[in-house]
Design a protein around this ligand. Structure first.
Ligand code: GDP
Ligand code: GDP
Length: 438
């Protein structure tokens, strides 16, 4: 089941960032050492009770004048409507309901998306309790009194939010088709690649439940097998203010990656590797999905017999934390190597669902520890007792050790390399859970 996306919207200064940080808390899970992934918290992985979701801050409104404010708020609400499963609309008890709140409330209501109304800054129910009632006039149902700053009312608010999540076991239609997200900064050639793949294969533009309006899902049948491509370029909204294009593209990427099995990160060969690319690739990496780094516009590059090798080396350096990623040099214009995508995606998927027998894993680990002694600290040496594969997509292994503190990142990495040497797992990250056994 995919993770739900929850977006926070509201006027400037009502306390959106404060609420965002309160909900995300310490759980902000940016995989450490993913360079280039900014920490400005456009999105965060959050959880409450047993629910895990992606929290999105549609933020970034500069109140210049009333006109501009309204325009920006509309654009922010659109972004939330496009990408979120549930929207938290934040208002401020101290300012009461203002005109801009009605505007946004109308938009949200029309969208038919689930909305939870948060009345923030209710630091004292005694003092402000009666001021809540006026918020019923927004016609968004029950207002939830919250003090983000004091962590009050958050539980009730989230309780209302998670009610709108898809229920466990609720028959989401069984769908065996591989889903592939085409991601990348603007103009790298996402639409061109979709069109090229469309032109060369049989196509059904499908209407898939849960499809956000802004990402177009296209079913492409290749050699009789259906694949779904999620194109984040898709429709471009008219009149979007330029400042939020970056944010918009990040949020859309997060939501596309969320629904995909495998991500194709497109890069523009003529531009080299930019910060924008690093940021987008980081989103794919953190998701645990399969990854192909596809260097597009290869037709425009002047090359000799070393060019591809040199570009590959640069990619490996820049994306050293995701050396499992496959690399492909393509041209969406000429179609060079674009058909290889299918073959590669199939292979990656096989790796994502590969299960290794426990006996074999323990043999590999025994050999590995014999070849390279585990680290020790203050006279205590790390012992690795047992390894087993706990799950797939991504393949996840549990290693039982005597002392977790002694299991350094570099030694986990060493074990990972040993496993990869034997089984490859190309194209997919693999993960480790370290457990202590007395
Ligand atoms: P945003 O512009 O909507 O993201 O608002 P911020 O989160 O930046 O908050 C705006 C101001 O409201 C800051 O000064 C916060 O400290 C304050 N604030 C946020 N939540 C609360 C709250 O629950 N109670 C009070 N009294 N102040 C709050
Ligand atoms: P998107 O914003 O990522 O969807 O990028 P587009 O597909 O709109 O492509 C941006 C521009 O790059 C367009 O002018 C395309 O024609 C051009 N383009 C895309 N892929 C290639 C390619 O492989 N070779 C060349 N020469 N141009 C390309």
């Amino acid at each position: 089941m995919r993770k739900a996306i929850v977006a926070v919207v509201g006027r400037p200064n009502v306390g959106k960032s404060t609420l965002f940080n309160t909900i995300a808390g310490k759980q902000i899970s940016i995989v450490e050492d993913t360079p280039g992934v900014t920490r400005d918290r456009i999105y965060a992985e959050a959880s409450w009770l047993n629910y895990h979701f992606t929290l999105v801050d549609t933020g970034g409104i500069e109140p210049v004048s009333d006109d501009v404010l309204l325009k920006q708020m509309r654009s922010q609400a659109e972004l939330a409507i496009d990408t979120a499963d549930v929207i938290i609309f934040v208002t401020d008890v101290r300012s009461g309901v203002v005109d801009a709140d009605y505007e946004v409330a109308n938009m949200l209501r029309k969208s038919k998306k689930p909305v939870v109304l948060c009345v923030n800054k209710v630091d004292s129910v005694k003092k402000f309790g009666n001021d809540i009632y006026e918020f019923y006039s927004l016609a968004l149902g029950e207002p939830f009194a919250v003090s983000s700053a004091n962590h009050m009312g958050i539980g009730d608010l989230l309780e209302a939010v998670v009610q709108h999540f898809p229920k466990e076991g609720e028959a989401t239609e069984e769908d065996d088709r591989l889903k592939i997200a085409l991601i990348g900064k603007p103009n790298v050639g996402k639409s061109s690649l979709t069109n090229k793949l469309l032109g060369e294969n049989r196509v059904i533009v499908s209407d898939i439940a849960g499809t956000t309006r802004d990402a177009i899902d296209t079913e492409i049948i290749h050699n009789g097998v259906p694949y779904v491509f999620i194109d984040t370029a898709g429709l471009r909204r008219k009149g979007r203010v330029t400042e939020d294009i970056e944010r918009y593209s990040v949020i859309r990427t997060v939501s596309a990656v969320d629904r995909a099995d495998i991500c194709i990160v497109l890069l523009d060969a003529t531009e080299g590797i930019t910060d924008g690319d690093t940021r987008i690739a980081g989103i794919a990496h953190e998701s645990g999905k399969g990854v192909i780094l596809a260097v597009n516009k290869w037709d425009l590059v002047e090359k000799d017999d070393k060019t591809m090798q040199e570009f590959t080396k640069k990619l490996r350096e820049k994306f050293s934390y995701m050396d499992y990623a496959e690399i492909l040099f393509i041209s969406a214009e000429t179609g060079q190597r674009t058909q290889k995508i299918f073959e590669m995606v199939d292979r990656i998927h096989e790796n994502q669902v590969l299960r290794i027998k426990t006996g074999v894993l323990n043999e590999i680990m025994a050999r590995a520890t014999a070849m390279k002694q585990p680290p020790s600290d203050k006279g205590k040496r790390l012992k690795l007792f047992y390894i087993t594969q706990a799950s797939v997509s991504p393949p996840t292994f549990v290693i039982f050790v005597n002392d977790r503190e002694l299991m350094h990142f570099s030694y986990t990495r060493y074990i990972e390399n040993q496993i990869r040497e034997n089984f490859g797992f190309r194209g997919t990250p693999i993960r480790f859970i370290i457990r202590e056994r007395g």
